[in-house]
Design a protein around this ligand. Structure first.
Ligand SMILES: *[C@@H]1O[C@H](CO)[C@@H](O)[C@H](O)[C@H]1NC(C)=O
Length: 331
């Protein structure tokens, strides 16, 4: 078995345990105050890793291949197993499991908090995954991953599930195999991403959202509570509903992220030209996109171009198109 209970790898003098972990540049960790309950379970101990201390609570597992960064805290009954790297200053709360004994790797950056009973970097649920194939998960820095969230590794060795930096992933979320989540997103509780979903940056979901596999969610968009997303959400847009529809620009999100009033006004003009045309039937959608791009005043605002690009990209090969337009409050 690749994994071993911490404290069982080797025993030093005075019932101190000496554990060899190859990670992080040093290869020896001295464990103090260890009370052995059995030869597989330690009750309580501290690790001192060079001068920086790592805290490991009772009933934790650290796999023999795991690498734990400086100043990490593993709370009671948390587990870091398999070929898993935990960066500096991470906190793994009780019941959380990081990594699995599978070929491939789980890499977690620095300053991440992994909530109670979260399950991060385990085998995916895709039936195409073949036992024995390598699979990967990479998580960046400064993420807050809350209780009961699960994040799966890729479904094949040529792909990787990726989470960027600064995301708040609230309780009971699911991020499936091969998803790519960018930076500074807020996923409210029970946001469920199917396989291969792409989330760009600074998006916000309300609670209880499901996103169909292969959908893309553009930066600065907002997804209303209880939505079912089965097509792409363009950048800066707000959608909601079962088979979510476009409801307007994400005005509140844009303001919060520091877009100026002038920028937002211009984006509104572009939005109206694209989605709210009286002559909608006489012009193709593509014509409307081109018209916005060719309009100097509109194209001057980079967010307008970025919105048009994001819509266009959704109609390229193998993409799913965008959510239908469903007028709500206007924008
Ligand atoms: C869901 O999220 C909200 C914050 O938006 C939080 O206050 C609430 O406690 C959460 N509920 C659960 C069950 O996690």
């Amino acid at each position: 078995m690749a994994e071993s209970w911490l404290g069982c790898t080797a025993r030093g003098p005075d019932s101190r345990l000496v554990l060899t972990i190859t990670g992080g540049g040093a290869d020896q960790i001295l464990i103090y105050s260890c009370v052995l309950l059995s030869n597989t379970t330690c009750l309580s101990f501290f690790l001192f890793y060079h001068l920086q201390s790592i805290f490991v609570g009772p009933f934790c597992t650290i796999g023999s291949e795991a690498k734990i960064g400086n100043a990490c805290k593993l709370h009671t009954g948390s587990h870091v197993i398999g070929n898993t790297e935990l960066g500096d200053n991470c906190c793994v709360l009780s019941g959380a499991i990081v990594g699995a004994d599978l070929p491939g790797r789980t890499i977690i950056g620095s300053n991440n908090e992994i909530g109670y009973h979260a399950v991060i970097g385990v085998k995916c649920q895709d039936l195409k995954y073949k036992v024995g194939d390598e699979c990967f998960l990479i998580v960046g820095d400064n993420n807050d991953i809350r209780e009961f969230t699960s994040i799966h590794r890729s479904s094949k060795s040529s792909d990787t599930t990726v989470i960027g930096d600064g995301n708040l992933i609230m309780g009971s979320c699911h991020i499936a195999h091969d998803c790519k989540v960018g930076n500074n997103n807020i996923l409210a509780n029970n946001t469920l991403l199917a396989g291969h979903v792409v989330i760009e940056d600074c998006i916000h979901t309300a609670g209880a959202i499901v996103i169909h596999q292969f959908c893309h969610v553009g930066s600065y968009s907002f997804i209303g509570g209880g939505s079912v997303i089965s097509q792409d959400v363009p950048r800066y847009i707000m959608v909601s509903g079962d088979r979510a529809e476009i409801r307007g620009l994400n005005l509140e999100g844009l303001r919060r992220h520091g877009f100026s009033t002038a920028e937002i006004q211009t984006m509104r003009k572009a939005y109206r030209k694209i989605f709210m045309r009286r002559d909608a039937n006489t012009e193709s959608f593509e014509d409307r996109l081109s018209e916005v791009e060719l309009n100097r005043e509109l194209a001057e605002v980079s967010a307008v171009c970025s919105m048009v690009k994001s819509i266009r990209d959704s109609f390229t090969e193998s993409r799913r198109g965008i959510c239908k337009f469903g007028h709500w409050r206007g924008s």
